[in-house]
Design a protein around this ligand. Structure first.
Ligand code: CLR
Length: 428
């Protein structure tokens, strides 16, 4: 069972209220689903998809047996599996080393895509999902702010960082492959110990995810493309190149890159596999450069040997739908949590719950029902000449990068706190 983090010195400062979101998570994390293995009918993906060439995901109607019991909102929450990397980043004295760990965090989310050739549930407009980890000191929140095109706006926070952005994807089925291009920028505000908590802003965009091997009957998820993780405060960048799988087995999962200082000099070389391990090495020769005289700021890693930056958690076999142990925790709801989560929370969706319990027919009929209800609500809204307004996010502009983003109003956790104190109730 996950112990509750004490709310002593961990949660002082202006971010003191992060711990308020931990109410309801006393039960610890779930270790397994209710069922032990999924007996979904094995249908050929190509057989179903061959008539849909040129379509995007929103235009595909697939049998529910192609789903997995997660929602796209929860797939975004999967970014939180390796937040220990940004906790480490916040403790590093050297800014290029911080960038190295931030970059590893940006790359770490891809390990869980292996073996997950299944469609997550499409969130309803206004659907929300929250996930807090008292043992890790963070809380995460996301709202579906647009249906056409589908967009989720997310905000995660901890004592030393805030991580936020939008999940919006462009997808297209090309016949040979099914490509998913994430569009939004992700932001990380880090409050390093070494800067006395003065914030640094990092941004990056996610790479392309692709389902390959559809025609040959061996569908596999690949992730490829260039990722540039930028520290806007220092001008340092990390470039990562996710190699497409191609024909050679050796290029599968490969990622290589480098961390450059503000003058464009290579500081760290990075390499490894996104399904397994990522290493870094202090670039030889650099330590002679005059900007670094006066001692080693990179105390731990000054011996030019490659060291391990990140390692994927092990993937036990036999979890239904090829989920990871982390993903198994996401849709859990117990008697502590049920009374405090918003009525819009993914955990309360009956269709997804039925899927998780292996009741596929029920999942299909319930999915139909909730989607019909959503259509009726939309028609009513349109008849009144109204537009959907997200409850917890509004459009803003980043004053550092100039980009538009979804700004969290922080109210979700305040309302939730009052609900947990029985001072108010969620609005339906
Ligand atoms: C990638 C990271 C982004 C959020 C995101 C959105 C869409 C997800 C994608 C991620 C991973 C791959 C994904 C995709 C939706 C569908 C696709 C899950 C998490 C699967 C592999 C497609 C299955 C093919 C069906 C036709 C069965 O931040």
């Amino acid at each position: 069972e996950a112990p509750l983090a004490s709310s002593g010195d961990l949660f002082e400062s202006k971010h003191a209220d992060v711990a308020k979101g931990f109410v309801g998570y006393e039960g610890g994390v779930r270790k397994k689903l209710a069922m032990d293995d999924d007996n979904r009918p094995k249908i050929s993906l190509w057989g179903i998809l061959k008539s849909m060439i040129g379509k995007d995901m929103t235009k595909m109607t697939l049998p529910v047996s192609f789903n997995e019991p997660t929602s796209l909102l929860q797939r975004v929450a999967e970014d939180m599996e390796y937040t220990d990397l940004i906790d480490i980043a916040a403790e590093r004295a050297d800014s290029t080393e911080r960038l190295l760990y931030v970059a590893a965090f940006a790359a770490s989310e891809y390990a869980s895509t292996i073996g997950r050739v299944a469609k997550p549930f499409n969130p309803l407009l206004g659907e929300t999902y929250e996930y807090a980890r008292p043992d890790k000191g963070y809380r995460f929140f996301i709202e579906q702010v647009s249906h056409h095109p589908p967009v989720g706006a997310a905000y995660a926070e901890s004592r030393k960082w805030d991580y936020y952005g939008e999940s919006a994807v462009k997808s297209k089925f090309y016949g040979r492959s099914f490509d998913i291009n994430p569009l939004g920028t992700w932001f990380l505000r880090l409050r390093p110990t070494a800067t006395g908590g003065k914030e640094e802003l990092y941004t990056w965009k996610k790479v392309t995810s692709s389902v390959i091997g559809i025609i040959t009957g061996n569908p596999t998820v690949d992730n490829y493309g260039l990722m540039e993780i930028k520290n806007h405060t220092s001008g340092e960048v990390c470039q990562l190149d996710f190699k497409p799988r191609g024909w050679k087995a050796s290029s599968a999962y490969q990622v290589i890159g480098k961390v450059l200082d503000a003058e464009g000099r290579v500081r760290w070389s990075v390499g490894g596999r996104w399904n397994d391990k990522i290493y870094a090495r202090f670039t030889p020769g650099f330590e002679d450069a005059d900007i670094d005289k006066g001692g080693s700021k990179h105390a731990k890693h000054d011996d030019n040997k490659a060291f391990l930056v990140w390692q994927a958690h092990t993937r036990p076999t036999g979890i239904p739908f090829n989920l990871t142990p982390f993903v198994v925790t996401l849709n859990a709801v117990d008697e502590h949590l049920r009374p405090v989560v918003a009525p819009t929370d993914t955990r309360l969706r009956p269709d997804q719950r039925a899927m998780e319990d292996g009741e596929y027919d029920l999942a299909a009929t319930e999915k139909n029902r909730v989607e019909e209800k959503q259509r009726a609500t939309r028609r009513k809204r349109e008849a009144h000449g109204e537009e959907f307004v997200p409850k917890w996010f509004s459009k803003g502009r980043c004053d550092i990068t100039g980009e538009e983003y979804w700004e969290f109003n922080h109210n979700y956790w305040n309302v939730r706190h009052d609900v947990s104190q029985k001072k108010t109730q969620w609005e339906e």
